[in-house]
Design a protein around this ligand. Structure first.
Ligand code: ACO
Length: 443
């Protein structure tokens, strides 16, 4: 079987004569500036400590590029999201998830032949090692599917030894296929286990999204036919979450990988990070919030809480570190939500009414306008997923399976970087200075 479908050469950062000058204690230091293909220039401070003996301070990496990458570009002010140069709106409308996976992994859209080979290879890897079923059964029935996924994906390194050597390009390729192919199986099994139903094996006659829906919703007792419109909506959710530049979970994968950790351990780390409510956990938190609001008359109360400095409550599904105008994924997701609800004949869903009214009232509120807070992709995805029949606990696992290709693409890119170093941030130390140990009886 051929795994190396396409080779991408890494292009080095463009040489530039532009420099920034830092003056410190009367001395000046010239810092090189790199110009990206698109986006703001980047000041290179790699030699700053060696030359000037100072660190930079940037908690949350709000102004710091930790790597160079050719995969995804975001312009947060303009609401632009490009994968390998292609706008997300076009990919969501005209492409499909596995083609986008190929694009992210290999840098170009595939030919018909390349796509067919890629899809066949992914499809042939969807089953998981049978012994992993026992591993699932070790979890408590009420375990959150994300907890199960972190454990099971990390445990893949115990089941697939032949694809853990990161220095072997063939093994890297095999690991990539295994992760993309098996993640829907693992997510669906985590779900089935949590509701006490038998695991459903993958079916190679179904496309990626239909296979996932079948593994989640079919039962041995009766036939289940996947609705093609729901499969399309599912595929679009996967596509819209496929990659998102150097977000928290992707940076976690890169940091874990920088130590030479195996791919399954790195992706498990990414899943753990994604789980947080400020990141991928927001879709679950958003729907829970909409349910808590319950009726449109309670919206002002929740908006007031979100604006109250003394209340930690935030409007879930609102705001984004990078998008400060609109989230282009949210625009597509909103359309998709309308289509799915129409298909399912859901017109007067009270939660949908709360969502629409909350969006309207928040967007009219000067607080949200001033802080540039807009609905993000998670605001609408939960509404679609709930309408499809998923419980809120499955929202983040679905995000994780969609994002797996982004994590892997970034992981592969990082490993082919000749300048790869272990990630090791510095700190601004604010603790005690050196002092002598005091015996316990003297304290
Ligand atoms: N509701 C109310 N106020 C908010 C919200 C919100 N959802 N988000 C940000 N703010 C306010 C903050 O209180 C802060 O106000 P201040 O300047 O008066 O202190 C200001 O807006 C900036 O907020 P930060 O937290 O500094 O912005 P940051 O870029 O660090 O955070 C984040 C972005 C984490 C997404 C934030 O907007 C948030 O918590 N949103 C809700 C959770 C959410 O929907 N996350 C999903 C993100 S998309 C994704 O992961 C796919």
């Amino acid at each position: 079987m051929i795994f190396m479908l396409h080779h991408l050469e890494r292009t080095d950062m463009a040489d530039t004569r532009k420099t920034a000058t830092l003056t410190l204690d009367g001395k000046t230091y010239d810092l090189p500036i790199h110009s990206p293909t698109v986006g703001p220039d980047v000041v290179d401070i790699r030699k700053l400590y060696a030359q000037a003996g100072v660190f930079t301070y940037d908690p949350g990496f709000t102004s710091t590029a930790a790597c160079d990458s050719a995969i995804t570009f975001i312009d947060g002010e303009e609401g632009v999201l490009l994968h390998r140069g292609y706008p997300i709106g076009q990919l969501a409308a005209d492409s499909h998830y596995l083609e986008v996976c190929y694009l992210l992994l290999y840098g170009e859209l595939p030919s018909a032949e390349q796509l067919e080979l890629f899809e066949t290879t992914v499809t042939k890897h969807t089953m998981i090692h049978e012994q992993m079923h026992n591993f699932f059964r070790g979890f408590r029935r009420d375990a959150h599917p994300m907890a199960t996924m972190v454990g099971v994906v990390g445990a893949m390194s115990a089941f697939y030894h032949d694809s853990t050597d990161i220095n072997d390009t063939w093994q890297r390729e095999v690991a990539s296929f295994r992760l993309i192919a098996k993640m829907p199986t693992i997510a669906a099994m985590a779900y089935k286990y949590s509701i006490g139903q038998p695991f459903v094996y993958p079916r190679n006659d179904l496309d990626y999204a239909s296979n996932f829906l079948n593994m989640c919703f079919s039962v041995p007792a009766e036939d289940y036919v996947v609705d093609p419109i729901l499969a399309r909506a599912m595929d679009r959710i996967f596509t819209l979450h496929a990659d998102h530049e150097q977000n928290a979970s992707t940076s976690t994968v890169r940091l874990a990988s920088s130590s030479g950790a195996n791919p399954f351990a790195c992706i498990a780390a990414g899943i753990a990070c994604l789980w947080g409510p400020a990141h991928g956990g927001a879709n679950q938190a958003c729907l829970e919030m909409l349910n808590e609001i319950g009726t449109v008359d309670r919206i002002p109360e929740f908006i007031a809480r979100a604006k109250d400095k003394d209340d930690p409550f935030r409007l879930m599904g609102f705001g984004h570190r990078v998008y400060k105008n609109f989230d282009p994924r949210a625009t597509v997701m909103k359309q998709s939500a309308d289509e799915v609800l129409e298909l399912l004949g859901i017109h007067n869903n009270p939660i949908l009414q709360v969502a629409k009214e909350l969006e309207r009232e928040a967007l009219e509120d000067p607080y949200f306008a001033e802080k540039k807070l807009f609905p993000n992709v998670d605001f609408y995805s939960g509404i679609i997923l709930e309408a499809m029949g998923f419980p809120t606990s499955m929202f983040t696992p679905i995000f994780a399976l969609s994002r797996t290709v982004g994590w892997i693409s970034q992981w592969k890119e990082q490993l082919s970087d000749p300048d790869l170093k272990i990630g090791r941030p510095r700190q601004l130390y604010t603790g005690a200075t050196a002092r002598d140990y005091v015996e316990v009886e003297d304290r």
